[in-house]
Design a protein around this ligand. Sequence first.
Ligand code: PGA
Length: 255
Amino acid sequence: MNKSLRKAVIAGNWKMNKNRAKAKALISELAPLVSDAGCDVVCCVPFTDLETALAAAGGTNIKIGAQNCHWAESGAFTAEISAGMLKEMGVPYVIIGHSERRQYFGETDETVNKRVRAALDAGLTVILCVGELLSQREHNITGEICSMQTKIALNGVSKNELKNIIIAYEPVWAIGTGKTATSEQAGEANGFIRGVVESLYGKEAADALTIQYGGSMNAENAGELLDKEHVDGGLIGGASLKAPDFAAIVKAAGR
Ligand code: PGA
């Protein structure tokens, strides 16, 4: 396997942080710091910040993403946003299946799959999150959980469409806890997920798939995590909210 076959992608997941003024300020501060990035740089912002973020990122190498989308094109789904609405705004990326959506908002593998399908149909690039709970790791079923989540989320996704998918392995116990997976744990899980994708789509497609690690990745630990063969980037929460920290991670990915 060759890491150079894959695109490194560092994506920030701002979660429910930053109003429009702060979003504009952060992207403006970040842009010169990452202008020579050796990887793709994405900021996934709250829906209300999308327009501001797209404008602030115009003419830079920063791409903008949303943090979820619904599976229907339109209809009686109060508070939801469709993939087509994002596409029409010029948003290229969307996170789907984040563990906070699964934990707090009742998302299931089936709804994640429906959202993935809708995002692909609309022409968006999907950052698909999978990962186990602490109790599942303790029961030694990390592989089973990641395999199940990956297989169900990719149900009905063709080999060609896989080019528009990035998988983010995010162990739930490492998210926002300051508890990072060791680089060995991250490398092992990412490699396992690549094996699952290989079993579905073959080696060439699996080798070309970008698989990120996410969970308390920061400026200090990014280099070691990103050195692992199967860790092709990161999905960054807390450390994406400060431009110098996020830029340092981008730099680590471009080495
Ligand atoms: P964290 O979040 O970096 O704050 O742990 C990562 C994520 O939830 O995507």
